[in-house]
Design a protein around this ligand. Sequence first.
Ligand SMILES: Nc1nc2c(ncn2[C@@H]2O[C@H](COP(=O)(O)OP(=O)(O)O)[C@@H](O)[C@H]2O)c(=O)[nH]1
Ligand SMILES: [Mg+2]
Ligand SMILES: [Zn+2]
Length: 308
Amino acid sequence: MEKYTGIISAQYQNLYQVYLPGNQQTISARLSGKTRRSLRQAATMLVTGDRVLLDRNSDQLGEGLIMDTLPRNNLLSRKEAGLKGRSQPLAANVDAALICTSMNEEFNISRLERYLALADGAGIEAWLLLTKVDITADTAPYLARIASLKPRRKYILCSSMTGQGVEEVRNIVSGGKTAVLLGSSGVGKSSLVNALLGEERLATSEISQYQAKGHHTTTTRELLMLPGGGYIIDTPGMRELKLDTSDVQAGFQDILALALGCRFRDCRHALEPGCAVQAAVAAGTLEEKRLRNYLKLRLEEERLAAKR
Ligand SMILES: Nc1nc2c(ncn2[C@@H]2O[C@H](COP(=O)(O)OP(=O)(O)O)[C@@H](O)[C@H]2O)c(=O)[nH]1
Ligand SMILES: [Mg+2]
Ligand SMILES: [Zn+2]
């Protein structure tokens, strides 16, 4: 029997929306009993971006049946808030993480460092999208903060209103790649998707997202195919991003380099004598805030590793 390859684009309880690249169509599909069992056995679930094999004809309801799942290239996930702290998969098979922030009170360099640790941990190329540039009086202070990241990160100044930067974002996914939009509610993720699509397909503004809750709309992640090729995954704003699989060190190359000068090889950069990292803070060459966030993220990462 002929099988179709599909990409999970959204999920509503037991029903999946699956995009079929073969005929550029989206269908509804359910899991076959065998797939459900094997997912349960692997203690995982299907997530937006997952590649699956379907048999469109074997269901009486006219829905596709997901017969098999294909191995993942990568998986972005976070820990759920609360004591249980289960892993919550966000998206699979992602080529680029587009970490969005607007240039106002919402801008928070420590939060960006956290998102970057998540992308680095999944081995996904990260971009910072500085949104709503059309209403930003002065971008310089924000660019200065971005420039303090080590390694330097790629960024795009963009606006869904004027179209600035939108083609640069499109280029990231051209050739059939997949990017996921991350960032707080209200920074303009859905508006950017609409700008890329060239139509107002997604509901925008915090208000409409909030009102959508309880209905069936975008409380989950949604994968959309862009004209000209490539996919973009929109996510609802995440109030809290707890690390799951992460690589904190990758985003703190400056601190790693300084640490080579610490007296003790296992220096925690807290109260140890001869700590070159603390010395740099005292000398004003390393921002204390950056060190504090590094220590916080590292502790979170170590606690997770200890649990595994
Ligand atoms: N001026 C301006 N407003 C924007 C831009 N992008 C989004 N907005 C507005 O910001 C609000 C939140 O946008 P939305 O796309 O829903 O953000 P999301 O929650 O990240 O998906 C809406 O009122 C949008 O109209 C932009 O580039 N410029
Ligand atoms: Mg949105
Ligand atoms: Zn030290």
